[in-house]
Design a protein around this ligand. Structure first.
Ligand SMILES: [Zn+2]
Length: 250
């Protein structure tokens, strides 16, 4: 601050209020920026999860299709054996041989029936899995559309806030120059120690606007007089009256 000019307490308070208002706006931008990329990230994670699920179902479908193919091969093999045994049965020499061949034929017949049953069951499963796959693909499509929309929104907001942020940063630097170093040091220290970033607060319903500790009437009127800088006994924030706070525009 300029050394040539002495500032009144009221001017000092106004300067602090201004810095606080701009800093609070910058805080809001940070919060906004902090949440939007997270939303996009969540959607990306969700889509990644859905894609993994889709791949798993596709693998399962491939497995079922391979199984069906192997059962079809088994039927072919059994049918070939059946043909072989049928041919052999034409040249049987005795009853024992005939029975043995018949048993083999029966076995191959059962083998074929079993493979057919397997194919039927697997085909049903295949239909079921295909339906699940379609649903998963649809879901991915919806989420991807949503992501695209959110990303667009985010990009837009980032561009918008970047402009606003640049303006506010310049404003806050100018505003800080008109506050005494000692006051600024205390201001920054308190701002950093509270999550809401409030260092200068108005009186709200007879209480400190930062910690809601009740302010006695005598102290309230002292605050309104702007004769000295008064801090909250409970939280250390600088207290200002509403009229003064409202009189400062940024
Ligand atoms: Zn307080």
């Amino acid at each position: 601050m300029a050394t040539t000019k002495e500032y009144s307490v009221e001017e000092k308070l106004k300067a602090l209020i201004k810095v606080q208002k701009i800093e609070s706006k910058l805080d809001q931008i940070q919060i906004l920026k902090g949440e939007l990329p997270m939303e996009v990230k969540d959607l990306e994670d969700e889509i990644e999860g859905l894609n993994a699920r889709k791949n798993r179902i596709e693998e399962e479908i491939n497995g079922i299709q391979e199984f069906i193919e192997s059962r079809k091969e088994a039927i072919k093999d059994a049918q070939a054996l059946e043909k072989k045994y049928e041919k052999q049965s034409e040249n049987v020499k005795n009853n024992r041989e005939f029975e043995a061949i018949n048993k083999e034929l029966e076995m191959q017949g059962l083998e074929i029936k079993l493979a057919e049953k397997h194919i039927k069951d697997a085909t049903e499963e295949l239909i079921e899995k295909s339906e699940i796959l379609e649903k998963a693909k649809k879901q991915i499509g919806i989420k991807e559309k949503n992501l695209e929309h959110k990303k667009g929104e985010l990009d837009k907001i980032i561009v918008e806030t970047e402009k606003e942020e640049t303006v506010l940063r310049k404003q806050v630097n100018v505003a800080r120059e008109s506050v005494e170093e000692r006051l600024l040091f205390g201001f920054d220290r308190i701002r950093k120690s509270y999550r809401n970033g409030l260092s200068v607060v108005p009186i709200e319903r007879e209480s400190c606007g930062g910690c809601y500790n009740t302010i006695p009437p005598q102290r309230q009127s002292e605050i309104k007089q702007h004769k000295k800088i008064i801090v909250c006994e409970n939280c250390g924030r600088i207290l200002v009256d509403n009229d003064l706070a409202d009189s400062v525009d940024i």
